[in-house]
Design a protein around this ligand. Structure first.
Ligand code: ZN
Length: 243
């Protein structure tokens, strides 16, 4: 690691969750300059935004190879978008499957809007690579996390901004157990421990209960997914996936 760094700069869509923390580590292992972007769209839980700060600080403090490459953080205000798109993450609605077959946590247009903002920021910052934790494999089938959707949007962004961005999605075909394996491959048990302790996934914003896999209510869909992935990884003997 480190000998073959890509000189292109990368912008990681970073929420402070498990997936985007692994994406940040993946980018730090590859690119000479890495910046992060987060979005404040009126999430119910400020805890998500606090986790971003905690994870970045922990990475900078514990990974000497990565710290010099970890550049600026950008938090973009998107509350106007949050007021348009109501969902269980931005309003007090139950987390459930809806008649359309999508979970109530799906926010129509959210990831599309994030990418427009991220690309505009990358253009301004001279960064050529966007990195996101979108995943088709074992989540709820969010239609805007599919690689097909992303490829079409990337084409539109490059045409519309006269750019040549690439969009990397290192978790796209991984299971949640694989994501723990990738974390270990990137940063060993130190990174696994950092993700357990500092990243945040719980939809209810609960940081109190501490499980083997981290903090969270333990019963919301996000906690269940994270716990299942962890259990699968432990059952497999804590393997590591070469990054
Ligand atoms: Zn939870």
């Amino acid at each position: 690691m480190g000998a073959m760094l890509d000189p292109a700069g990368a912008l990681v869509l970073f929420s402070g969750g498990q997936d985007s923390t692994v994406c940040l580590a993946w980018a730090l292992a590859r690119y000479g300059r890495v910046e992060t972007v987060g979005f404040d769209y009126g999430q119910r839980h400020a805890v998500e935004l606090q986790a971003r700060v905690a994870v970045r600080a922990a990475i900078a403090g514990r990974f000497a190879d990565w710290a010099p490459r970890l550049g600026e953080d950008h938090l973009l205000e998107m509350r106007g978008f949050g007021s348009v798109a109501a969902s269980a993450l931005t309003a007090d609605r139950a987390i459930e499957m809806t008649a359309s077959g999508l979970p109530s946590t799906f926010v129509p247009g959210r990831n599309l809007a994030f990418l427009v903002y991220a690309a505009a920021l990358a253009d301004r910052r001279g960064l050529k690579v966007l990195v996101g934790g979108m995943c088709e494999t074992d989540f709820s089938g969010y239609p805007d996390c599919r690689r097909d959707t992303l490829d079409v949007q990337l084409s539109a962004l490059n045409l519309g901004m006269a750019q040549d961005f690439t969009l990397e999605t290192p978790l796209m075909w991984l299971t949640k157990a694989d994501t723990w394996s990738l974390a270990k491959g990137l940063g060993g048990e130190a990174l696994v421990g950092l993700i357990v302790e500092d990243s945040h996934t719980c939809y209810l914003g609960d940081r109190e209960p501490r499980h083997a896999w981290g903090h969270g209510c333990g019963t919301c869909p996000a906690c269940e997914l994270r716990a299942r992935g962890w259990d699968g990884w432990i059952a497999a003997g804590r393997p590591e996936l070469a990054a």
